[in-house]
Every structure is written in structure tokens, then in C-alpha cells.
Design a protein around this ligand. Structure first.
Ligand SMILES: [Zn+2]
Length: 262
């Protein structure tokens, strides 16, 4: 039996309210037995805590403010997120980052929120789970700045660059930073180029994720994504790396334990 790990899934969203238990069962039957839930904003905290409670030992939570949820009320938003981070057991700070694809209005606030949350992670020795869209240079610049100026310059960053879809050179740059690359449904999309980018990247630097309910892999593309579909991503990765599904499961799950400590 294989054990696959979905390192990034928003399974607490109301897209799953009608069939959450069945959805988890389908995943477990497909070999996906560990689920890591990144927070989004103020509204997702309560349903996420509920799932961590209902599926203890299977579902693990992260706490953070998603860059697309950052707005003018950033001070209050971060206060609430930090209080929650201090009150419960979370395995990472996430998802955090910069997104310049949808909206650039709050770019300054996004930078500030990302930096503050990175420092929370360093202080607590937690990994970060990073959302990056059209913001690779902005994010690496901020991480470099933190490395050089903060009190934590000797603490290496660790974490996951979620939904990686760059080229081989970008992959290597992120690995040098200390990141694992989160590989999801994009890998199964025709012409994504991600298969080529990963050809020479060792499995030792990769983890698997669905980002459910978003970004469903082929043959479910366009539909609601769920953790059971991670199997398609794992099979595609085995094909690209010319190894067995078992090996993909074993190494990527080992990597997830290395990152999250569970
Ligand atoms: Zn996400």
C-alpha cells in the first residue's frame, strides 16, 4: 500500500460541505492519507479548526493570510491571524506570499504582510508555504532582504513553494533557498512545460499537492478538485521521473514529514 501526502488542500471550504467525509474516504482509498490545510483569511479559520478537530491525525492546519485577501485592514487582519497562530497547534505559516496577477492595488500591503508572516515563522521555527503569482523577483528580493537584515540571518528558510510552475532555472534557485517545490495538477496539463522543468530536478526536492477545490488535474480538469485526484499527479510524476508510483509516494511523503515535522 502506498501513502501519498496532499501538502496543500482547502478541504474546509463549503465546496465540500455536502460530501466531506466521503471525499476523505475516496482519497484514503486512492492512497492519499495525509492532508495539509493552508488557511486563507479571517473567514476560513473556524471551518479549518473544525476539520483539524474532526480528522485528527489525518488533517493538519497552517495559519496565515493569503496575499489575495490582504487589504486596507491589514493591521487587524494580521492581529487576528497571529492570535490564532498562538492559540493552536499549526505545522506551518501559510499560505502567504505575493500575487500580482489578479490585483496590484494592495502590493505594498502584500509585501508587508508577507514579511511579517515570514518573521513569525522564523521566530517559531515553522516552515512557510508560499503562494507566488507573477511575483518571483519580488518574493526572492524580500527573502534575501530578510536573510541579510533580520535577527534570523543564520536561520535558513524552509518550506514549500506552492503550485510551482516555473522553469528549471527557477526551480534550482528556489531549491538553493531551501524550498521544496509543490507540484500539482498543472503537471498534467498539455504544454505547461512543467514536465520539462522537472526532468533534471530530483524527487528529493518535490512534494505533491492538489490545491483542492482548484486546479483539478487531467482527466478532471475544469471540475472541482479533491484529494483523491492527487493520484493522477503522482502517476504523471512517476512517468516523468521514470520510476515507480511507490517511489514517488515514498520520497514525497518523506519530504513532507521533513518539512512539517509530522
Ligand atoms: Zn491554496
Amino acid at each position: 500500500m502506498i501513502t501519498l501526502t496532499d501538502t496543500h488542500a482547502h478541504l474546509y471550504l463549503n465546496e465540500f460541505d455536502a460530501d466531506r467525509n466521503q471525499m476523505i474516504k475516496r482519497a484514503v482509498q486512492a492512497g492519499i492519507k495525509r492532508f495539509f490545510l493552508p488557511n486563507i483569511d479571517e473567514d476560513s479559520i473556524a471551518p479549518m479548526l473544525q476539520m483539524m478537530h474532526d480528522f485528527q491525525g489525518q488533517c493538519y492546519g497552517m495559519m496565515g493570510l493569503h496575499p489575495c485577501s490582504v487589504n486596507d485592514l491589514i493591521e487587524e487582519q494580521l492581529k487576528l491571524i497571529e492570535n490564532t497562530l498562538n492559540q493552536h497547534q499549526f505545522v506551518a505559516v501559510g499560505e502567504i506570499g505575493i500575487d500580482l496577477y489578479w490585483d496590484k492595488t494592495f502590493f505594498k500591503q502584500q509585501q508587508k504582510a508577507f514579511k511579517i508572516q515570514c518573521i513569525w515563522a522564523l521566530e517559531r521555527k515553522l516552515p512557510i508555504v508560499v503562494h507566488c503569482r507573477n511575483a518571483m523577483s519580488e518574493i526572492t528580493a524580500l527573502l534575501n532582504e530578510l536573510k541579510e537584515t533580520s535577527a534570523y540571518k543564520h536561520t535558513p528558510f524552509k518550506g514549500i513553494f506552492h503550485c510551482f510552475s516555473g522553469n528549471e532555472e527557477e526551480a534550482n534557485r528556489l531549491i538553493d533557498f531551501g524550498f521544496y517545490l509543490g507540484i500539482g495538477g498543472v503537471l498534467t496539463y498539455k504544454n505547461s512545460g512543467l514536465d520539462k522543468a522537472l526532468e533534471n530536478i530530483s524527487l528529493d526536492h518535490l512534494v505533491l499537492e492538489t490545491d483542492a477545490p482548484y486546479l483539478a488535474p487531467v482527466p478532471h480538469r475544469g471540475k472541482r478538485n479533491e484529494s483523491a485526484f492527487l493520484r493522477h499527479v503522482a502517476e504523471k510524476l512517476a512517468e516523468i521521473k521514470q520510476c515507480s508510483l511507490f517511489e514517488v509516494a515514498e520520497i514525497t511523503t518523506k519530504n513532507s514529514i521533513q518539512i512539517f515535522g509530522v
